[in-house]
Design a protein around this ligand. Structure first.
Ligand code: OGA
Ligand code: NI
Length: 369
């Protein structure tokens, strides 16, 4: 646990300092967000999941497939998480970050292996420039293994966040089923491939920033997991890369934002982009082949992508977002599905565990620790 007098978190510093971003948050000139050079005329698709339960299921599945292929990001409405549960989740998140610093610091740790921890920026152990974000990171599945270690303050934190995380898991599973079907696979294929499965949550807190043109809330990154369900508040900030342009994703009331992580990654990339995503495994390989991800059946269909996204901050409002990262369990073995290996598609990748992938990528790249 951190000593209470140290100023490890951004929140209080940001609130107390007025006009300037401290120098360790300032990006080099070529790596700053150009706040004006952003597409706001288009956005990502919005899919109504209501039809998933009835005769229109196959139409919704097609929409999901198409959004995964073309954008890697989409929004969903009628997603099944009650409005009250969502509202409460955001309330308790805000209350947590408004607690006195000494109270919040009880949860502080910069050790990414801790299953419950409050930290700041992105990956404080590897990054050179800090980011304008504090975050609380929680493991959520199986819930009973972790809920005891969650914060006790606000007093209803465990109950409210536990409730939200159960709903978020149910939604992630429904989406993975839809994604499996959209690829012509058995409905439970993806979920089964994730072994015992795991679910992590981040509660991101971006304080107002006096010079948002100099820094990021989160720099461009891809999520290393399988699928992310993001609950945004009403303040904009998320941008996704499409055709080399940053597209602003404006929050839509009652909609959640979904994106594919590295584990649902396309394979029809050239070797360079493949290397960018899977550098650690490529370096290790003596061949010219990268080691790919958990859902090679997806890969072989050459379709779905894990897309670069980032968060910019603003000088007016704090912003809160709550991503749920749904992932394979650390011991899940990642290897091509047998059915996909034939004379035309010979086995090209050694198998590895998700834990191994995650460990390497956290040490070597700017990814969510
Ligand atoms: C993340 C992320 C987006 C947001 O936490 O990985 O991309 O809007 N968050 O906060
Ligand atoms: Ni992300």
């Amino acid at each position: 646990m951190a000593p209470a007098e140290s100023k490890l978190l951004l929140t209080d510093r940001a609130i107390s300092s007025s006009n300037h971003v401290p120098s360790n948050y300032i990006r080099p000139v070529g790596d700053r967000p150009n706040l004006l050079d952003v597409e706001s005329s288009t956005s990502i698709p919005l899919i109504d999941l209501h039809g998933l339960l009835g005769p229109a299921r196959s139409d919704v599945i097609k929409e999901i497939g198409s959004a995964c292929r073309t954008d890697g990001f989409f929004m969903v409405k009628n997603h099944g998480i009650p409005e009250e549960v969502v509202r409460e989740m955001l309330r308790v998140a805000r209350e947590f970050f408004h607690l006195p610093e000494a109270e919040r610091l009880k949860c502080y740790s910069d050790d990414p292996s801790r299953t419950t921890r409050l930290s700041t920026s992105f990956n404080v152990r590897t990054e050179k420039v800090s980011n304008w974000r504090d975050f609380l990171r929680l493991h959520c599945y199986p819930l009973e293994d972790f809920i005891r270690e969650w914060p006790c303050n606000p007093p209803d934190f465990k109950q409210v966040v536990g409730e939200y995380s159960k709903h978020a898991r149910a939604l992630a599973v429904r989406l993975l089923e839809g994604i499996s079907e959209s690829l012509g696979l058995e409905r439970d294929h993806m979920v089964k491939a994730m072994g015992k499965q795991a679910q992590h949550m981040a509660i991101n807190y971006y304080p107002p920033c006096p010079q948002p043109e100099l820094t990021y809330g989160l720099p461009g990154h891809k999520d290393p997991n399988a699928i992310t369900v993001l609950l945004p508040d009403s303040v904009s900030g998320l941008q996704v890369l499409r055709s080399q342009k940053w597209v602003a994703v404006e929050p839509v009331p009652n909609a959640l934002i979904i994106n594919m992580g590295d584990q649902i990654q396309a394979s029809n990339m050239d070797m360079n982009s493949l290397h960018q995503t899977f550098v650690p495994f490529c370096n290790e390989s003596n061949t010219n082949k990268a080691f790919l991800s958990v859902f090679p059946q997806v890969l072989s269909n050459d379709r779905y992508k894990s897309v670069l996204h980032r968060v910019i901050v603003n000088n007016k409002s704090e912003r809160i977002s709550v991503p749920t990262f749904y992932c394979p369990s650390p011991d899940a073995v990642i290897e091509p599905a047998e059915a996909l290996v034939d004379d035309d598609h010979p086995l090209g990748y050694r198998s590895f565990t998700y834990g191994e992938y995650y460990e390497k990528i956290s040490n070597e790249k700017e990814v969510m620790p």
